[in-house]
Design a binder for this molecule. Structure first.
Ligand code: HEC
Length: 139
């Protein structure tokens, strides 16, 4: 075998080896495209959640698909601080706030988010309660 062929083979082997280790295995962006993304991570301070980083992303992920300007079921729009706090909402009193009623309804059928959408975790329900209890700050 002459030198040229040897060098060529060496390069070919190297290229194959690199090609193998570097070939990306295709990963779907969202493992379950039928479901919305899981929503925000855990709050830094669950007793004092931040509207912008903890609360708003929950509404945008779990509620705004059915409660927006075009589809405002029962007139509830959950896309911004102003719309979330606009209707039957009492800062400081979760028990007198319709959206809190809706996410804690004993009746599975009536509880928001409506099936078949994913439910809110107990942690997220508590975050929303604490935020309302704290006077629903726009923080
Ligand atoms: C899959 C669609 C869907 C999703 C997601 C959804 N809703 Fe609703 N929502 C509805 C419909 C439809 C109604 C109208 C009443 C009914 O059919 O029960 C409604 C009604 C409501 C009402 C009024 C209830 C009443 O008794 O008057 C509130 C408050 C509410 N939703 C809050 C929420 C909140 C908060 C979320 C997110 C955590 C949410 N919804 C997510 C579809 C949805």
């Amino acid at each position: 075998m002459n030198r040229k062929i040897m060098t060529g083979l060496a390069f070919l082997t190297l290229a194959l080896a690199l090609g193998c280790t570097h070939s990306p295995s295709p990963q779907p962006a969202n493992p379950d495209p039928g479901q919305p993304p899981a929503g925000p991570g855990p709050a830094a301070d669950p007793e004092n959640p931040s509207f912008k980083t903890d609360i708003l992303p929950i509404f945008l992920t779990y509620c705004s698909g059915c409660h927006n300007q075009t589809t405002n079921n029962e007139g509830f729009i959950f896309i911004s601080y102003e719309t979330i706090t606009a209707k039957k909402f009492t800062p400081g009193n979760p028990g007198d706030t319709k959206l809190y009623d809706a996410i804690t309804d004993d009746d599975e059928e009536d509880r928001m988010p409506k099936t078949p959408n994913p439910r809110l975790s107990p942690e997220r329900i508590t975050l929303i309660r604490n935020w309302i209890r704290n006077g629903a700050p726009n923080n």
